[in-house]
Design a protein around this ligand. Structure first.
Ligand SMILES: Cc1cc2nc3c(=O)[nH]c(=O)nc-3n(C[C@H](O)[C@H](O)[C@H](O)COP(=O)(O)O)c2cc1C
Ligand SMILES: Nc1ncnc2c1ncn2[C@@H]1O[C@H](COP(=O)(O)OP(=O)(O)O)[C@@H](O)[C@H]1O
Length: 214
């Protein structure tokens, strides 16, 4: 079988790729189908960001899956009240610690809170052009109903794939519709066997030191 490689960066977790192929470090092995998916994502990305160079696109996509964690802090409170789509926000230091090559836009992946069950998620990275935010934010909406708020708890995310760039919209309804489409796309992408594997990542377990995270 032919293999293709996607590099990981310092935010990634060793155990993910060592489970798959212990002899090769800092790489993910992709089979032909996965490599085709990556190439398709690259083309979608290029269509949306036609000013972005191939180098930038490759750099961004090659670092996925990308892992991050931090305490959940307050945002503007619009997610629940205006959109009906609550988003758990990372503090500024976590936002700043993410690689600059992670371009702004909408992503999908996996997330858990305080080492609990791992849920599908959609993620917004950027300045929310519809609201013209002045501060960059990284906001996670988990596809799960929580019966309490999560402020102060530990959020861990694994960013798996890219969906689209951030946009401004003519109305709040248009923004909500776009996010609902993102959610449906995320559900489908995360159901593929290669993406489902990442839900089991040791990164999400209680004691991260057990997974040799870098
Ligand atoms: C999947 C997803 C896609 C989003 N896409 C956009 C977008 O295209 N443009 C935008 O201005 N904001 C976008 N947002 C961000 C929302 O505007 C933001 O989450 C909302 O304003 C709540 O912010 P708050 O947590 O500060 O209250 C997106 C959020 C999510 C979860
Ligand atoms: N499914 C969910 N995904 C993300 N956050 C959720 C979810 N359900 C409840 N929450 C809670 O709602 C908060 C987000 O609501 P939101 O109105 O966007 O407020 P904020 O602007 O303070 O982030 C999260 O910080 C979390 O405490």
């Amino acid at each position: 079988m032919s293999y293709y490689f996607a590099g990981l960066n310092k935010f990634s977790c060793n155990v993910i790729h060592t489970q798959w192929k212990p002899t090769i470090s800092n790489c993910i092995l992709l089979n032909r189908r996965e490599a085709r998916n990556l190439s398709r994502t690259r083309k979608t990305f290029k269509r949306h960001h036609n000013t972005t160079s191939n180098g930038q696109i490759n750099q961004m996509l090659n670092q996925l899956p990308l892992y991050a964690s931090g305490e959940i802090v307050r945002g503007f409170g619009r997610g629940s009240k205006e959109l009906g789509i609550p988003t758990a926000n990372f503090p500024l230091e976590v936002v700043k610690s993410l690689p600059e090559s992670l371009l702004t836009g909408v992503y999908y992946g996996w997330a858990n809170v305080d080492n609990g069950s791992v849920h599908k998620m959609v993620l917004s990275v950027g300045w929310n052009p519809f609201y013209n935010n002045t501060e960059k934010s990284v906001e996670t909406h988990m596809l799960h109903e929580f019966n309490c708020d999560l402020y102060g708890q530990l959020l861990k995310i694994c960013i798996v794939g890219y969906l689209r760039p951030e946009k401004s919209f003519d109305s709040l309804e248009a923004l909500i519709t776009a996010i609902k489409v993102d959610i449906e796309q995320a559900k489908t992408h995360l159901d593929t066997p290669e993406n489902k594997k990442l839900q089991e990542a040791t990164f999400f377990a209680k004691n991260p030191s057990e997974c040799e995270c870098k």
